[in-house]
Ligand binder design. Structure first.
Ligand code: SF4
Ligand code: SF4
Length: 351
């Protein structure tokens, strides 16, 4: 009999590939779930859609596990006799927003009938945790242990004008459940709203949380390559120097934004990993940067070439920045001359 190899079946990889193939659309708004994060810069980069979410199939399935657990907990609460509203009258998740829809999010539900406070409605927030995270929560409480979750609840309470929340935490290892009530704190809410507004409206990137690439929060952050490496932001209207926030995302050049960036895109210089050149100022068609002691230009379509300066489209710079080998070549006049001779364009790894 042929021995079955002792390795994970390739069928499992196929299963995860289904999750991986699911496209994540970026959020149009800044989510309440993000506003309590440690780093202002990370929140700003997320709001600006600086990089696409890059979760593998396993992680996407894990998120799905969290969503499934929410449904289960709501069903458990109802079975225990509590009243839970998890959808509005049009069948959508109950949503609260502010700043002309640019900030907000959807609650997991509103719950009434808690044993310790039967009459009052509470904002319901359900989270899953691994063993370590769960123990930390139980020992310190949600405000100290999970400040981002605490902030999310403060925002939902403030926007819904409900003065209490009920946080349900499920231990994924043991199925223990921890419930904690949280009171509305106006001071915290005001400061979170202020933080959201400032981040949404600012054109420049907030300071880095740390200049040290090995700082533990930076090491775990999806923007590590932008803050501590050479990654250039992706190309979309949120990363464009002509875009700005005003009751939604607007453009200084185009009245009606479509979902796709136009060929006038130039990166907001704070979303580049290069220093802007002191010698030249940007105009509507080109922004100049320094790389390895030389000047390069990022140009929009139709820009007049500047003799002696290698020039690139914003998409070329983004794609080349994703590969160390390609990035080394940025700034080489010989490379750009060859590209122009053949009428080509640079891509990641020369694909
Ligand atoms: S890498 Fe560090 S500084 Fe940059 S966004 Fe992430 S946490 Fe903030
Ligand atoms: S110039 Fe083009 S890419 Fe830039 S914000 Fe306007 S429409 Fe978007």
């Amino acid at each position: 009999m042929v021995k079955i190899p002792e390795q994970n079946s390739p069928t499992i990889a196929k299963l995860f590939a289904v999750y991986e193939a699911k496209k994540d659309e970026p959020r149009e708004h800044l989510g309440a779930s993000e506003i309590g994060r440690e780093c202002d810069r990370e929140i700003w980069l997320r709001w600006r859609h600086a990089l696409p979410p890059s979760f593998d199939g396993r992680m996407k399935r894990l998120f799905n596990t969290g969503t499934r657990e929410e449904t289960r907990v709501i069903s458990d609460l109802r079975a225990a006799g509590l009243e839970v509203c998890d959808f509005d009258s049009s069948g959508r998740q109950i949503r609260f927003e502010a700043l002309a829809g640019m900030f907000g999010g959807s609650v997991d539900g509103m719950v009434r009938g808690l044993v310790e406070c039967p009459e009052k409605w509470h904002v319901l927030e359900i989270k899953t945790h691994n063993e370590k995270s769960f123990r930390d929560l139980v020992s310190k409480g949600v405000e100290k242990s999970k400040p981002a979750h605490y902030a999310q609840m403060q925002v939902y309470m403030g926007l819904s004008e409900v003065d209490r929340a009920f946080c349900v935490a499920v231990n994924k290892n043991t199925d223990e459940i921890w419930g904690e009530r949280v009171r509305f704190e106006k001071k915290d809410f005001d400061s979170l709203m202020d933080r959201a507004e400032k981040i949404i409206k600012r054109d420049s990137a907030p300071e880095k949380l740390s200049q040290d690439p090995s700082f533990w929060i930076c090491k775990m952050c999806g923007f590590h390559g932008m803050c501590h490496g050479h990654t250039v932001a992706q190309v979309n209207c949120r990363t464009c120097v002509h875009g700005y926030a005003n009751k939604g995302w607007r453009c200084g050049l185009v009245d009606d934004l479509t979902t796709k960036p136009c060929d006038q895109h130039l990166h907001n210089p704070d979303l580049m990993s290069l220093k802007k050149s002191d010698k030249r100022t940007e105009d509507m068609e080109a922004i100049f940067y320094e790389k390895d002691g030389k000047e390069i230009a990022e140009v929009s379509k139709g820009a007049q070439p500047t003799p002696g300066i290698p020039q690139y489209s914003s998409m070329e710079l983004h794609e080349m920045s994703l590969s160390d080998d390609s990035w080394v070549a940025v700034g080489s006049e010989a490379h750009t001359k060859t590209r122009d001779y053949f009428g080509g364009r640079f891509t990641k790894n020369g694909e």
